[in-house]
Design a protein around this ligand. Structure first.
Ligand code: AMP
Ligand code: ZN
Length: 135
């Protein structure tokens, strides 16, 4: 897509620090890292949401994500893998990307910021979500 910053990175129109590349995937350093080594892993084809990736590409992409995650576990002993889907979930760049954020003891990064709540509707919610997974 012509106005997508990540497509421009894939096309090498915008310089970035690429750490891995194969037929379906690209991994590069986040320009505003949450921690040293913060890496983004993206599919080379443009999809806004995870749900839009065709199955064969998704499988290849997941294999690559795991390969990079394995490598990053040698960089630091802990990593968070995050993927924001949609504006409401904090997705700023509308091209699927996984964040791999290396963690270090005492780094102060707050990933787990949600407050838990009591939900009296768990059974209802279960049925609703189950019904959405039919196709
Ligand atoms: P998200 O909020 O999940 O959409 O995250 C988008 C991420 O893309 C942010 O962490 C940005 O720092 C990163 N980003 C945006 N533009 C670039 C770029 N040109 N090179 C590397 N990372 C970028
Ligand atoms: Zn794109």
């Amino acid at each position: 897509m012509s106005n997508c910053v990540f497509c421009s990175i894939i096309q090498k129109e915008i310089p970035t620090q690429i750490v891995y590349e194969d037929s379906f995937s690209l991994a590069f350093l986040d320009i505003h890292p949450a921690s040293k080594g913060h890496t983004l892993v993206i599919p080379k084809n443009h999809y806004e949401f995870l749900s839009q990736i065709p199955e064969h590409e998704y499988i290849a992409f997941m294999k690559t994500l795991q390969k990079i995650a394995k490598g990053m576990m040698h960089y630091t002993e802990g990593i968070n893998i995050l993927q924001n889907n949609g504006k409401d979930a904090g997705q700023l760049v509308p091209h699927v990307h996984f964040h791999i954020i290396p963690r270090r003891p005492g780094d102060g990064i707050k990933i787990e910021t949600w407050r838990t709540q009591h939900d009296p509707d768990l059974d209802k919610v279960q049925k609703t979500i189950q019904s959405l997974l039919k196709d």
